[in-house]
Design a protein around this ligand. Structure first.
Ligand code: CA
Length: 400
């Protein structure tokens, strides 16, 4: 059995390393390498101007008072089971009317959130969380839906924006080009310890051109929109009169009323020999057999819905949540010995694998998830992403 490797997020810092160590890489000529430098610096500068990652993390390491105070707000004085071993409670009562188009009523209740998977220490332990009811998009936001938003507002996504030379002293202006990070599978087997081997910064890649300038959305109208940064997702949500889900809302919804199951549909990955989600089959990352019917993203709702009638809560594309990422957040909640009520995530971010880069939680896994590398399509699994870095396997859906 292959050793599972912890999944890694794609971040600007890593792309800078990519530039240093993979000059030899196929496909990337000197020009694209320069673009990668520019794009990485761009994202780093942007992220540092918008989130005070370095200072926040340093401060929290010295004094955790603000973090603890925030968590306390999310803890109820109540009630109920705290061991994480009781079945979920799904609130009774009918959904409010009228139902918004394309949304499903998630009735709220109380459940055991997290995982006991030894490979996912940041998702441990199971802890009790109570949530109010909310509406959730039945599917990931599609290209068709995002097009309507852009037509109505003229919104330009982060990946489409021209980098500002002021942010990049010393970088030749001709290198400051918009682009995004695209999965670029190697042609042969590679070690799984350097994910930058299969991720490339591609000039001109963005939601309209998911694999780069020569690709488009023809025939992909019903696919999830990708190359979406956190602020892009928020802008869409605001326009639609919605918001991004919290991590707890996403997981409660993904579990569909089931109790601590490994997958959103149960414990068996492939019941009755039938795929339940768009994931990766074959040998990661070089050989994708597409046995589930798809090599990349799939039209939304190509697989069966979960217990709440939601599609693709596992696989297809990762989805942004509103929570900051910290690997110790669940441990902190569990230590409170109280049910966490409508938790909003920690007040700051810290990722020990990349200190200084603030990240938001992503959930659900993607078409690149595989037991060989990243099995985080499980509902208890957690992903993380630098807010300005969209890739071609990250999208979103909204709640309200
Ligand atoms: Ca998904």
């Amino acid at each position: 059995m292959r050793k599972k490797t912890a999944p890694q997020s794609v971040t600007p810092n890593g792309l800078i390393r990519q530039v240093g160590t993979h000059l030899r890489i196929k496909l990337l000529g000197a020009a694209l390498v320069s673009l990668a430098i520019a794009g990485s610096l761009y994202a780093i500068t942007r992220s540092r101007s918008q989130v005070t990652a370095v200072n926040t993390v340093a401060a929290s390491a010295l004094c955790d008072s603000s973090h603890a105070a925030h968590i306390n707000e999310a803890i109820s004085e109540a009630d109920s089971d705290l061991s994480g071993s009781e079945p979920p409670v799904i609130n009774a009562g009918s959904a409010p009317v009228p139902a918004p188009d394309g949304m499903v009523w998630i009735p709220g209740g109380e459940f055991s959130m997290g995982s006991e998977d030894p490979n996912m220490s940041d998702a441990r332990p199971f802890h009790r969380v109570a949530l109010d009811g909310f509406w959730m998009d039945r599917t990931e936001v599609t290209n068709e839906e995002f097009t309507q938003f852009v037509k109505a507002t003229g919104y330009v996504t982060v990946a489409e924006r021209q980098p500002d030379p002021k942010d990049f002293p010393g970088v030749p202006p001709e290198n400051l080009v918009p682009g995004a990070v695209v999965f670029t599978p190697p042609s042969t087997t590679v070690p799984l310890n350097d994910h930058y081997v299969w991720w490339s910064y591609v000039q001109g890649a963005n939601w309209r051109h998911p694999e780069g300038p020569k690709s488009d959305l023809q025939g992909k109208e019903k696919h999830p929109v990708v190359h979406i940064a956190y602020e892009d997702a928020n802008a869409y949500a605001k326009w639609a009169g919605k918001r991004l889900p919290t991590e707890a809302e996403f997981e409660f919804a993904a579990r569909g009323g089931l109790d601590r199951k490994r997958f959103v549909w149960g414990d068996d990955f492939k019941p009755e020999n039938k795929f339940q989600a768009n994931s990766f089959q074959g040998h990661f990352p070089d050989k994708n057999t597409g046995a589930d019917g798809f090599i990349g993203s799939a039209p939304v709702a190509s697989f069966a819905p979960n217990g709440f009638g939601l599609f693709d809560m596992a696989g297809n594309v990762w989805e942004w949540t509103n929570d900051w990422y910290r690997p110790d957040y669940y441990q902190t909640l569990a230590a409170q010995k109280k049910v966490a009520r409508n938790p909003q995530g920690p007040s700051d971010s810290f990722d020990p694998s990349e200190p200084g880069v603030a990240k938001r939680v992503q959930k659900g896994g993607s078409f690149l998830c595989t037991d060989e590398y990243c099995a985080r399509y499980m509902p208890g699994g957690r992903g993380k992403g630098e807010p300005n870095t969209g890739t071609n396997h990250v999208g979103f859906r909204c709640v309200r």
